[in-house]
Design a protein around this ligand. Sequence first.
Ligand code: CA
Length: 233
Amino acid sequence: MAKRILIVEDEPQLSQLIADYLAAGGFESEVRSDGRSGLEAALSGAFDLVLLDVMLPLMDGFEVCRAIRAESDCPVLMLTALREDGDKIRGLGLGADDYVTKPFSPAELVARVRSHTARYDRLTGHEEGPSERWIRDGSLAVNQASHRVRKDDDDVSLTAKEFELLLLLMRNPDRVFAKEEIYERLWGDEHYGDPSTVTVHVRRLREKIEDDPSSPRRIETVWGMGYRWSAGK
Ligand code: CA
């Protein structure tokens, strides 16, 4: 299945040229010509990599990059102009995986795209297209698109919030999340309940995914601070 690349670039001639290079390299692509619609497309989960220009209408490439990173670990390559030297560093600081300097050679661009999509596949353990994506971690496998979870190849049934909690922790291994932060992220737009809800959900999730829920090895409690995902168990 061909990898799908999102091109966020407001110069039509350049985006067409990039699309042609990518097509010749065996990739499928779609173009968005402003930052806002680029971000929306990037978060749709339909793309394997984002090529992101810096100077864009409505929202610049840095803002888009930061917003993508808050939600997704999809590879992002920034397209920067030669004179914008500080931009490279700034883009990488915001979570871009790499940058390509304009003007670039078609061969270089396609090679970078190829190497980053391949690296991402190795990292996440999936070789299929975006809709069939499984994130694997030890004996656990999670499919983001279909909301399925498997432990040792057995299906595990999670509620929507348990699934969101699992994904949040798994995507951020070793990061400590305070109960309040988890609450804010998962329940933030619902004006009821309280952060102790998080404790209950963590307990239920542990019962479903831990080998021994009374002595959890994946969702660790960091006393006085919160919870942390311990990868590779
Ligand atoms: Ca531009």
